[in-house]
Design a protein around this ligand. Sequence first.
Ligand code: NAD
Length: 384
Amino acid sequence: MIMPAPINIGFIGGGPRAESLFATTIMNKRFENEFVPACMMDTSEQATKNWQYKVDATYTSLDKLLKHEALDAVLILTPPSTHAGIAKRCLETGLDTWSEVPMATKLDDLFPILDAERGNKGKKGKFAFGENACWYLPIQFAAKLVDDKKMGDLFYTEGEYHHSVEHYMIFENYSGGKALDPEFTKDVHPTWRATLPPVIYGHAAGMALYVINRQDPKDRPVQVCGFGNMKMLTKFNNQNFQIAMLQTKNGVICKFGSGFVLPNNEVRHAMFWATKCYFDATISGQSKYYLHLVPEDKARYPDRHNVKGKEITEQDMIAGGATSAEGGHGGGDTLMMAAWLASLRGKKPYDIGGVKGAEMTAAGLVALESITQRKMMEFPDFTK
Ligand SMILES: NC(=O)c1ccc[n+]([C@@H]2O[C@H](COP(=O)([O-])OP(=O)(O)OC[C@H]3O[C@@H](n4cnc5c(N)ncnc54)[C@H](O)[C@@H]3O)[C@@H](O)[C@H]2O)c1
């Protein structure tokens, strides 16, 4: 059997997320002989030192990494405000480019990424958006319900990622091993996580839009409005709870948002309401999955109300055909990288390309604009 040539990957950014995706792609038996850790680049000398035995070459400049011989694809794993500029450069160099969430932190930065990708008319140099939440088991299950025509017509969805990142917000805790409350400690050094508006981060609208797009790949958000407040940790003057609503061209409504400073650790939640289904998934915190499915022969009132909904388990979702795997983020990282690999091998387009990544990211960016301007906003069309 002829083995397909391994794909030479460059890691851009060498922090904890890069470490975890190194484990997923390079140390994972599933991808043996598929990915080669060709090189990495980080602006921190210390980070490049930490990586010197993991990759063939380390760099502190992007220009140098882009000149690395035999580089096929890159993973962008740097802080959010740097993603867009790096993605554009990599795509212009003709590299297949996978990026962490969010795709950009400014709306205007999304279009040049799409232009750079469109400039690569051949197969190479495609953009892939790393919204790993779409590969959580319940989201894959919801997508399977759509594929199997069991969902009906979606009318309301929710995608929420409430995750207290207080332990990451100041350098003293994140890298100094301390456990200070930044609100009550003077002279602390904020990391990028202290000032990132939560609604622009990701893992919220993405989950809902993924399933909405499974129903109609051409559907897209058209209007967004958002709200936010700052009841806890006022020191960094950043709203730490933000919720938004969007409506799509097909009329599907989606509530999404994030809290970054909470009294508890996290609640990740998604919900799908359609003409033949109600699926409510509390993915983390106290995990709970409730499914009410209306079979074809019970679709008329009052039969549909008399169908018994029930709590289901992860095993039920796997038995129902949802894709699952071992690995980081409940196996989602493995599935996401398998999907990227299949696209690099020309087998199947990656689920979330440039336009869909831009829509998932812009959901948060337009919501932030709506919070600032205190009004409903129109949503840009990234397909043009
Ligand atoms: N999908 C997920 O579940 C998930 C989880 C954690 C982090 N993330 C994302 O991954 C990214 C990295 O997260 P992290 O926790 O490792 O962050 P981090 O800040 O701890 O590490 C980022 C690394 O990038 C380096 N860096 C900064 N600017 C750079 C530049 N211009 N060029 C090259 N290197 C640069 C830093 O020196 C650091 O080593 C973020 O975008 C974050 O949003 C996603």
